[in-house]
Design a protein around this ligand. Sequence first.
Ligand code: PMV
Length: 385
Amino acid sequence: MQSALFSIPNKLKILQEKLLALRANEKLFLQNGDVGLGSAPSNIALLKYWGKSLTEYQTPDNPSLSFTLENFRSTTKVTVLGRFFPEGHKPEFIPPHEFYLTDSSISNNTVRPLSDVSDKLEKFLNAILSPFATDIGIKIESHNNFPTACGLASSASGMAALCMAIANLLNLEKHFSKMELQYWLMQWARIGSGSAIRSVCLEKNAKFVSWEFVQHKIHSHDSLQAHTHTDSIIKNIAYHSNWKKLKHCVFVLNTEKKITSSSDGHRVAHTSPLHQIRVNQVTTQFKDLKDAIKNFDFDVVAMLTEHDALLMHAVMQTSTPPAIYLTHEVSHVISEFIKFRRKEKIKAFWTLDAGPNIHFLYLSQHRKKMLKFHHSLKLPIKIYE
Ligand code: PMV
């Protein structure tokens, strides 16, 4: 198996081995033209994932919690290129992986490739398909129902939809239990892009999803002593029914390519003197946020979300090298919003990811006021909702 490319958790290794055994027994095989379909929503973090372990692959430094963006979805079709060969027979030619990305800003009849298969995606595909990757190529056709350039973390919905499509291609609903399938999806999504883990919840109506740590006790065969192993998984957070009225929109200030990619930013987060302070704080606030979601304490959710966005950006700005997304323009819009919110007494709050695009969450009865605020700025800012 090519899992050496990624240090994958033991439980995931066991599931990959299960796939390998199914292939060896000819209970699972792929042929030229086989298709898998998947679809997943994007998400916006209220408590952010920022900073990851330098030793354990894609393990976050802190728990995070997001709101699911049902209106921003990626839908993906994967098609097998090439042919399955029995164990021990090497094919002469393995077709390369292909990737085509379209979005709502492109009309249906002008479908054109928007992206190449990056080294990162190539490695990811070879690892997730490790029981088959020596034989086949994969064609990925992905569509975002929102403009990819609108500053949303399309990697979250895109990576989640890709994992769903591969699960469908491998018919994992049949081969795995529901728990195994959920585990397989979340670990591969996390490896693909951290925030994507919060977009693969199989439970219906997963509005608020956390990504948190769990401890397992592991007994080794040769010893009576158990040792503790930490894993990170998602949970569907219980919420008060009033949150059904929570709506989202994003103001796009700049669609130019990111200066610092989020993976580079995660890697250097620990160089900020504020990072450990934030990690400790988020860990405490994580419980407060869950309680506030359960009890519909709107002002607490708003306060915790805005505070963590500011703290995460303080970490970004004080890392080496720094990443500055909280630009003058972004700060201006946020301070105008705070004045507007106070004057109009609307239930709304903001947050900002690793890009100069401001996300707003508000109760549905205040939509008109949010549009009025956008209009009042008189700036060339696009709004997506
Ligand atoms: O999934 P990544 O590696 O692009 O990291 C996402 C980081 C933030 O969007 C800034 C925060 C989050 O939790 O989504």
